[in-house]
Design a protein around this ligand. Structure first.
Ligand code: ZN
Length: 463
């Protein structure tokens, strides 16, 4: 293995008396290169003697950066990060720049991460990377928005059923191509819904009976797929950009409750944005605007007449779980000749929800039987003083064991440390010229305010 590598050394005048002379640095690096299978061409030994590490204007360094930019080298050997620069911001800058050129930097004496300065470098790198990521994300979002406003299909992610997404080439922008076989199905679905007045369930059943493949090639259509199809404005020639956005979760569903609350990683979910904010991108239409509008009216009407539409909430809806199959029970209703009857029904017993038919044979339970049963039991429990007292004691004990006060204190102390780090980083960034004074002025008050709040709460907990 003879990997070509460059060597960079620097000594400022004030350090020359110490033993880190240019010669000793170079010798150490040469030795390292030899034992690790690097070859160092003589013209790739860059030395800056008598140059301060506080400045980037050094002839050796300039040449090194030029060569790196030309893509000539793969590795640079350097004695330690402070040889690259005395300023941490510059260290980060140079490491970033070189790694962008595909150059790996090998420090003979890399910071062990122990001293506060080293930690600062690590933090700094994180901060700059974070800033860059945010900047890139924001630029890309703005750019996409702008493109969408100009009607460029590129910004849409893929094409819906009925179209094929043709990628952009050097000569043409991306576009939707109509897939006739699927487009026929789309037109048929709209026709069945608006003209024949079939409901979504009937349409889904028909599609499945005829064995019409879905986009993924499966032969099974879901009602939600058909519903989504009827709502998609692309079919009237107006594909939309920015229909949804990620926002923090609003509702804790039963599945989440069973998993003990929020998922750790993704406390967000897709939400539909207001229709007025959607940006329309023209695509080939499959149905007329009139048909599409009819379908929307029908969907709106159906929402009002849906079986599951809850006008009066019932005691147990959203709380019951089937003992047999573990699926949730939902409330549904049946109209008899005389009145409307409400039931709690196991969703596992619905054949249409499962690929292989119903999973559960449990019968629906009438709401007017179950609600009083549960309610009476609750009353009985609440009237039993000893039972109640026992539960209160148990909870008190549990709270004592966890000591929320202590937990809160710990959380606050961590927050305090974090805020302290943040403001220190901001100040350093300002000192290194990475932030302007106005940017600093903008960010510091908020940090200070939060720090004061935390401080106040800590004090109140400690007294
Ligand atoms: Zn069940």
């Amino acid at each position: 293995m003879n990997k070509p590598a460059a060597i960079y050394t620097r000594v400022s005048s004030d350090r020359q008396k110490q033993d880190h002379t240019i010669a000793s640095q170079t010798a150490a690096l040469m030795e390292y290169a030899k034992t690790n299978g690097y070859v160092v061409p003589p013209e790739w030994v860059f030395q800056d003697e008598g140059y301060s590490g506080a400045s980037l204007q050094r002839p050796g360094l300039e040449t090194l950066r030029d060569l790196a930019a030309q893509g000539q080298m793969a590795t640079v050997l350097i004695y330690s990060p402070d040889r690259l620069s005395r300023k941490y911001a510059y260290q980060v800058l140079l490491t970033e720049e070189l790694s962008r050129c595909g150059v790996e930097i090998v420090f003979l004496k890399s910071p062990a991460g122990g001293s506060p300065e080293d930690q600062l470098v690590v933090q700094f790198q994180g901060m700059i990377a974070e800033y860059e990521r945010a900047q890139i994300a924001e630029r890309s979002r703005r750019g996409k928005r702008h493109k969408a406003q100009q009607g460029v299909v590129n910004v849409l992610c893929g094409a819906p059923y009925g179209y094929r997404y043709m990628k952009k080439t050097d000569t043409s922008a991306a576009y939707y191509e109509v897939l006739e076989s699927q487009a026929g199905v789309v037109r048929m679905v709209f026709e069945m819904y608006t003209k024949q007045q079939l409901n979504i369930r009937a349409i889904t059943r028909l599609l499945n009976q005829r064995g019409i493949p879905t986009r993924t090639g499966k032969t099974r259509w879901e009602r939600s797929t058909v519903w989504g199809l009827l709502r998609n404005p692309a079919y009237q020639g107006k594909a939309c950009y920015g229909k949804t956005e990620q926002r923090p979760r609003q509702r804790i569903t039963r599945a989440l409750r069973q998993r003990n609350g929020m998922p750790k990683r993704s406390n967000s979910s897709g939400h539909e944005r207001p229709r007025s904010e959607w940006i329309t991108v023209p695509v080939p239409a499959l149905v007329s605007e009139q048909t599409f509008a009819l379908a929307q009216e029908q969907l709106e009407r159906n929402k009002h007449h849906a079986q599951r539409r809850t006008l009066e909430p019932t005691l147990l809806q959203g709380m019951l779980v089937c003992q047999k199959c573990g699926y949730a029970l939902y409330r549904c209703s049946v109209r008899t000749t005389r009145r409307r009857l409400y039931y709690y029904r196991c969703s596992g017993s619905d054949a249409h929800r499962q690929l292989k038919g119903a999973l559960c044979t449990n019968r629906p339970i009438r709401q007017d039987y179950l609600d009083p049963l549960v309610w009476n039991e609750i009353i009985r429990l609440l009237e039993n003083d000893t039972l109640l007292q026992a539960e209160i004691d148990r909870r008190k004990e549990a709270i004592r064991n966890t000591d929320p006060r202590q937990q809160r204190q710990e959380t606050l102390r961590r927050e305090q440390a974090r805020l302290g780090n943040n403001s220190e980083r901001l100040i350093t960034a300002y000192q290194e010229g990475l932030l302007s004074l106005s940017q600093l002025r903008e960010r510091m008050p908020e940090l200070n305010k939060r720090a004061k709040t935390v401080e106040a709460e800590l004090q109140s907990l400690e007294t």
